[in-house]
Design a protein around this ligand. Structure first.
Ligand code: HAM
Length: 423
């Protein structure tokens, strides 16, 4: 049996990589405008980071982590990162960044791993572009982060985005709300799906976004968090809404948006692109004012988001919003015979040292086949060297767009081509 890639993973071939480069460049550009600097953290971390950071009762931690120990390090458990916020906070603490600056704005791109059921838009290895702001409790930062996502998606040309916003409260007001939810659902416990039954006492907020139809019906009339927010959370949420209005961001208030990770406090949001179907969440995030302390750091309010890069590409593909790949001007050197090949090789090297894309035949093709290949790679210029040209120490340059030709001395062919290519 031929070896296949693991289920839920993907190969990206060169024709797809151009699209990845395109979105990555746009992401880097917008991060520059908003003042975010890039970080890169390990693809695997100490398992405890995610247990404590994301929460043991979340689906991500309880069902979806790739965890292993290996070699002579059998006591140590590692986990492929299922997300990057916990890692960013770990790096923030381990590198004592909090002591060096009082506001930290980071972004990242990379692979994440979750052992979920693969389907369109949901993979076991996927890529996130995310950003984190550490050190501010102001709703101005919340709105900046949301504005950045919306601007990026709009600049890609996506229309009809659905921005959902909620407040999930804080350790002051959430316990009362949790209790209200438990009281609401307890009498219906037996009718809930097995997941919700086990979540009822551990994480009752998650019952609000269960996709099971019976659970959905049973949750009609459940108490809403907005009625239970403390003064501080309420003021924060009101200010955020005012700022989003001022930035002309269209959003929907969704009191059932609870998100799947335990670290959220106050603001939670998701940006959906409904034509994607079941996996329509292109980006999600929120405030996590307690996470740095949870990981033994100083009190540091923070907020961030992550965007699924595969989902973004699916959306752009669907709407035909990916640009045509640019054709790099290439030079192909057609040569016949050993002496001509040697000269072609030297010219190739000279051009490549000047970063001109130059290619020659390496498969013993006929003159006709070499010209055909030159066309295939969209060569703008073809250098032709046959026996006659070589005898005269000359080469022919063919301009492929016009089929015009010029004969130049062998010694100046590289220089002539370089000046043509570089304009
Ligand atoms: P998340 O909602 O779990 O949040 O993931 C963010 C985005 O990653 C999702 O909206 C989705 O686009 C994409 N995504 C998640 N799982 C998959 C999957 N299996 N296949 C494809 N795409 C997926 C977080 O990860 C938080 N760390 C976001 C955050 C940053 N909150 C604060 N700071």
């Amino acid at each position: 049996m031929a070896i296949k890639k693991p289920r839920g993973t993907q190969d990206f071939l060169p024709e797809q990589i151009v699209n990845w480069h395109y979105i990555e460049q746009c992401m880097r550009d917008i991060c520059k405008a908003y003042g975010f600097s890039e970080i890169r953290t390990p693809a695997f971390e100490d398992t405890k980071l995610f247990l404590r950071g994301i929460g043991e009762t979340t689906d991500v931690v309880s069902k979806e982590m790739y965890t292993f120990s290996t070699g002579d390090d059998k006591e140590q458990s590692y986990t492929l990162r299922p997300e990057n916020t916990a890692s960013a906070v770990r790096a923030y603490l381990e590198n004592k960044v909090y002591g060096k600056e009082n506001l930290t704005k980071w972004f990242y791109m990379g692979s994440m791993f979750r052992h979920d059921k693969p389907q369109a838009g949901r993979y076991r290895e996927f890529h996130q572009f995310g950003a984190e702001v550490l050190g501010s409790s102001s709703p101005v930062v919340d709105s900046e982060v949301i504005c950045m996502i919306v601007q990026l998606l709009k600049d890609f040309g996506l229309k009809d985005l659905n921005v959902e916003v909620n407040s999930v409260g804080c350790p002051n007001c959430r316990p009362t709300y949790r209790q209200k939810l438990i009281e609401f659902f307890e009498p219906k416990k037996d009718q809930l799906c097995p997941d919700c039954q086990s979540r009822l006492y551990k994480n009752p907020l998650r019952l609000l976004d269960c996709k099971n139809e019976t659970c959905k019906a049973l949750s009609v009339g459940a108490p809403e968090i907005h009625e239970h927010l403390c003064e501080e959370c309420n003021t924060h949420f009101e200010e955020l809404k005012t700022l989003l209005d001022a930035a002309d961001i269209q959003y929907n208030l969704n009191p059932r948006l609870v998100r799947g990770l335990d670290y959220y406090t106050k603001t939670a949001f998701e940006v959906q692109y409904t034509p994607l179907g079941a996996q329509s969440a292109v980006a999600g995030g929120g405030r996590y004012d307690g996470l740095v302390e949870e990981l033994d750091g100083p009190h540091t309010p923070a907020i961030g988001f992550a965007m699924g890069m595969e989902r973004l590409l699916l959306a752009l593909e669907k709407q035909n919003l990916l640009p045509e790949p640019a054709i790099e001007p290439a030079v192909f050197i057609v040569s016949l015979g050993d002496a001509a090949k040697l000269e072609a090789f030297k010219i190739c090297n000279t051009l490549r040292s000047a970063y001109v894309r130059a290619e020659m035949d390496g498969q013993g093709k006929s003159m006709k086949a070499q010209l055909k290949y030159a066309n295939k790679i969209h060569a703008k210029y073809v250098i032709i060297m046959g026996d006659d040209e070589l005898a005269n120490q000359e080469a022919i340059i063919r301009f492929m767009e016009t089929s015009e030709q010029e004969t130049v001395p062998l010694t100046s062919v590289s220089e002539r081509i370089s000046s043509l290519v570089k304009g």
